[in-house]
Write a protein that binds this ligand. Sequence first.
Ligand code: CA
Length: 302
Amino acid sequence: MGKNSTKLLSWLLILCMVLPNVLSSSITVRANETGSSKKELLWSSSFETPDDFTPNKLDKLGSANIEGTLSNALTGDITYLVDLKSIEGNTDYNENEAKVKLFDRSSGTKYLTNTGLPVIVTWSLKGKVEKAVSQYGIVSANDAVERDPKSWKLYGKKQNDGDWNLIDEKTGQIFNARYQEKLYTISKPEEYSSYKLEITENYGNNNKMTQFADIILSTGKEEDNEFQSEGMNAAITNGPSSTWNQKAGAGWSGSKALRTSGSLTGEDGYSYNVIYDDLDIPVSGSTYLKYNIFPSMANEVP
Ligand SMILES: [Ca+2]
């Protein structure tokens, strides 16, 4: 491999040891200069911010004998078909409590806004493909019941039509628990490429702050299962919830850690996942990748 000759279009992370959970605190790429021990840092991440991170994205090299851990996926779950770059709406409270967190299928992450009502979130499906959502879910966040959505409207829009069409309307909804997933059936599903959720009421807090953890979208059709997570899952988390001799609920180089998880369904397995798209890093024979792993086996703070 010639020096500085290879363009890396994506980062590939291979899971060689298949464990329920593997946590990695940071990834660094360094290069040794020829004939010198001097090292040059080319790129690194401690996963402290979600910038450009792509959760649960399988590379075209695919996987074998690995199942992700989304055991709660619905038939025809197309949540991962949402184009994350298309998401718009009321201002995020901060970068960690952002609208994009609504579509990561992780109830441990949430969207929080303090802009008052209504709270509007719009999104499109990748490639503006039109899918008929027949069931959707709203998941409550980790705390602050008064910020829960109470009443909302869901709209859909076709690719070549400027009008939003009302799909469903709910009033007086109650979340009885934190991280609770409430599912709703749409009586007359129609195909749309863009969707809009408009929250018109929450549970108090002078209606200022509204938050929830997830939006789940499903067509109910088995052929759409291809859009569910394949191979291993990759997510940014808060590290292990309990440890022997170090701080729990944190990474090793900061407050976050990368979690890869899955289960082995055959004798041997592998999974190639893209965790950062379009990185452009020159690679030579003296370039090396370093990451530390922690096999937490089952426990981590989501
Ligand atoms: Ca979430």
